[in-house]
Structure formats: C-alpha cells, structure tokens
Design a protein around this ligand. Structure first.
Ligand code: ADP
Length: 227
C-alpha cells in the first residue's frame, strides 16, 4: 500500500504535547492510537480520542499485544521521564517501526534518541523559545526556520519596497530575500476577507500589507528590522 499522510499513528505519552498532537491528528482525519500509563489521563481523554489505552510503553510484551509493530508511524511524546522515552524509542525501533518521531527535552536527550532509533527528533520547548525570540524582534509576526539557516517569516514591508513593483524593489539586492506572498491590508469591496496570494514581479506592496518572505535567517532578520 502506498504511504499516505493519513496512515494511523500511535502516540505514546499523552502529556500536553502528546495530547495536542493526537487531537490535531484526529481532527484532520488521521486514525490515532493514544497510549499513556496513567489511567486517569487515558480516562480523561477517552471522550475525545476514539482509541486510547492505558499501557506501559517500556514493556515490550504490552507493545506486542497492542499490535504496535503493525503501525508505520509512532510518536514518543514522553519528555520528562527520559529513561522511559529512550527505552520506548529503542523498543519501537526493535519492533521495526519505519517512521519513529520522538520528543527531546535537551540536546543530549536528542542525540541519544537518534542513536537508539528515532528517525526524527523534535524539541518543542527549545524550538518555541528560539521562535519567540525572533517574534520579539522587529516586525516579525510569524517565523518558521525551515532548515539550519533558512527561514520563512510573516511580516510587513519596510519603506524601501512599498509603492513600487517588486521587480523594481531592492528586496533581493539590498536584503537578499524574496517576497513570496502578500495579503493586502486594504479591504475588498463588500468586506470579503483577504487571503494570501502569490507575489509576482508586478506586485506593488502598501504599508501594513502582510507578506511572506524567505531567505537566510540573518537576511530575513535584517529585512524585518529595517524601516
Ligand atoms: P508534556 O511536557 O508534553 O506534558 P510529559 O513528559 O510531562 O510531557 O508527559 C508525558 C506523558 O507520558 C505523561 O502523561 C506520562 O504519564 C506519560 N508516560 C511517561 N512514561 C510512560 C510510559 N512508560 N508509558 C506510557 N506513558 C508514559
């Protein structure tokens, strides 16, 4: 069967991160098996998650009985109990799950998770801290680092590129960034909501328009802190 993004996912550890992840997946139509060893947590979620079970994920027999080996994707959302997180990840690897995601709470934790078989490691607290630091600077309204040194930001245009077609603006030559989409601030007749559309070389930006800009981290920062 071809791999699709709607294949079932097992989410192990239903703390704040695991619960938010599981509920979001379910709301997007993905089948989720949620597992937590605290019965109270499982009970509290049973009305919102169609498949949620009390089990200890450090017990390989329990994992086998639940048929976890049949899953293509698993997320280890245990953070605080590092030992349980590492052991669970290594057991999922032993069961041959092809796509294991794990949450880390430190860089050492992240390294170990990779060594014991995690294919993807996420560090939500660390990443969110970095992200908020960017949101606090200049006009950056949203920030996503898509690679080690490359980011997409939501911002408003600096004076230099307002009122001229993008092809004539100095977005590339002065800041080394590319404006990829724009959501004009000016209302549409009848008050219909504005949406983002792709920017073209003919796009003319106005003050207060929302724009999506891509470039290296340094360049998008410089762009969003100039006036
Ligand atoms: P968050 O910061 O996202 O709330 P936590 O690490 O505090 O993350 O929560 C992780 C969840 O994982 C808790 O609900 C905890 O009961 C669960 N958990 C911890 N160890 C195990 C285990 N061995 N088996 C199953 N669930 C576990």
């Amino acid at each position: 069967m071809a791999e699709t993004r709607t294949e079932p996912v097992v989410v192990i550890g239903l703390g704040r991160f695991g619960t938010a992840l599981a509920l979001e997946l379910v709301s997007r139509g993905t089948e989720v098996l949620g597992i937590d060893h605290r019965h109270k947590v499982v009970q509290a979620l049973s009305g919102r998650l169609p498949h949620v079970i009390t089990a200890d994920s450090t017990d390989i027999e329990a994992l086998r009985q639940l048929g976890i080996a049949e899953f293509h994707r698993a997320v280890v959302a245990i953070g605080t109990d590092i030992q349980a997180s590492i052991l669970t990840t290594s057991l999922l690897s032993e069961l041959g799950i092809p796509d294991i995601w794990a949450k880390a709470i430190s860089s050492q934790h992240s390294n170990i998770l990779t060594r014991v078989g995690a294919h993807h490691v996420v560090a939500p607290e660390h990443d969110m801290g970095e992200r908020v630091a960017h949101l606090l600077s200049g006009r950056i309204l949203d920030y996503v680092e898509v690679d080690a040194d490359f980011a997409v930001i939501k911002t408003t245009p600096p004076r230099d590129i307002v009122g001229v077609p993008l092809r004539e603006s100095r977005a590339r030559s002065k800041w080394g960034v590319t404006v990829v989409a724009v959501k004009p601030q000016a209302a549409l007749p009848g008050g219909a909501p504005r949406t983002f559309t792709y920017a073209t070389p003919d796009t003319v930006l106005a003050y207060g328009d929302l724009i999506l800009v891509v470039g290296t981290v340094d360049n998008v920062e410089r762009f969003a802190t100039s006036d």
